[in-house]
Ligand binder design. Structure first.
Ligand SMILES: *Cc1c(COP(=O)(O)O)cnc(C)c1O
Length: 364
């Protein structure tokens, strides 16, 4: 690693592997959620890899992501989670994008479209963000003849097997679907795979598991980690005992200490809250983070790492087999999705193991 900035390595083969693992665990269609630039990992590269692995259906956040995806996947099913549909339905029809209608207004507009194009509805079953209520569903069914092709809803506590809200949301979802009779029903995201088959329905909307995030309740997990983070060591110095390190002097040396400075900070999406709480890897050796995380740099204690390995310019492994995204999230008291998104947006990305193979989606 010769550069002076951190690098996020994204293993496209591992994403494809995870897609196949999920597919093997369910009879439902596994649809890839690639919103927020594929959780920060790069929409085009990730979707390209998923298409080679056999993925034919995708959920994106908005119209601009949908248009990007349509350019590389001319035939895939593309669902838009937060459509601005009623304002201008034309681009949805032209590019065969399926709006996920979150309100009765949007659903009515889609039902009345002259093209009678497919649309999906989001049902309010207990998440209370947005979606059609029971009354909305009855009204839609009573006033329209063109019904949604897909109905979805989102579980609030899918990672907690015993949560009572799972059964409650399941019951409401099934009752609402009985009115609308959609061809495709979708209640679960990644975690629902492990909740039992009755939560799978026809489509699983998988994000986190594809990107290598572990489900806390699934151990051992068949999901493969997807990212590695390396940062270059840019300086090494020695401090006496009882010297303070970094902003706020939050760490004080207890011995003569070899201190390494890594080009990695919160400007790269590295969490400020991880200060003094994790270790990085240099070969087989661990070096604890000491002192605060600054905008462009962090400092590590290299005293127990052989001096011959502590050369400025070497790449230090921050996220890898020794420390997963999930571990870093726990240390920083946040969720792994936020860490992934911020690192993906803040670091230079490098794709490893680009899969080779025919993308069947391509127009023949
Ligand atoms: C983000 C999102 C998903 C994906 O969730 P994961 O837990 O990351 O698999 C699924 N459905 C909806 C509606 C979402 O917003």
């Amino acid at each position: 690693m010769s550069s002076s900035e951190p690098e996020l390595e994204i293993d496209l083969c591992a994403i494809g592997w995870n897609f196949r693992v999920l597919t093997a665990l369910t009879a439902a269609t596994v649809s890839a959620v690639v919103k927020s630039d594929a959780y920060g990992l790069g929409l085009e590269a990730v979707a390209g890899g998923l298409a080679v692995a056999g993925c034919r259906s995708y959920f994106v956040a908005d119209l601009s992501e949908a248009e990007k995806l349509r350019r590389i996947l001319p035939r895939a099913a593309i669902y838009v989670l937060a459509p601005d549909y009623a304002a201008d339905p034309t681009p949805y029809h032209e590019r065969r994008l399926v709006p996920v209608c979150n309100s009765l207004e949007d659903a009515t507009c889609a039902a009345l479209s002259a093209e009678r194009a497919s649309y999906a509805v989001n049902l309010e079953t207990g998440f209370h963000r947005f979606g059609l209520t029971f009354d909305d569903v009855r009204r839609l069914a009573q006033t329209q003849t063109h019904f949604p092709t897909v109905a979805l809803s989102h579980l609030a506590c899918a990672e907690t097997r015993e949560a009572a809200t799972n059964a409650l949301q399941w019951n409401r979802f099934v009752s609402m679907c009985e009115i609308l009779r959609p061809r495709g029903r979708s209640l679960g995201a990644s975690a629902a795979i492990w909740l039992g088959r009755r939560f799978h329905f026809d489509i699983i909307r998988a994000g986190s598991a594809l990107y290598g995030l572990k489900m806390p309740t699934v151990d051992p997990s068949p999901i493969r980690p997807v990212v590695r983070l390396r940062a270059p060591l840019v300086a090494v110095q020695t401090a006496c005992a009882r010297e303070a390190v970094g902003y706020g002097a939050t760490f004080t040396t207890s011995r003569v200490t070899r201190i390494g400075t890594l080009a990695l900070g919160y400007s790269h999406g590295f969490p400020f809250a991880a200060a003094n709480r994790i270790s990085v890897n240099i070969g087989p050796h661990q070096a604890p983070l000491i002192g605060r995380v600054a905008m462009e740099y962090v400092t590590v204690d290299l005293t127990d790492v052989p001096e011959s390995l502590c050369r400025p310019g070497i790449g230090v492994e921050v996220i890898g087999p020794h420390l997963l995204i999930d571990d870093l999230a726990r240390a920083a008291q946040t969720n792994p999705q936020e860490i992934l998104l911020r690192l993906g947006a803040g670091c230079r990305r490098r794709y490893a193991n680009s899969p080779v193979g025919a993308v069947e989606d391509q127009d023949r």
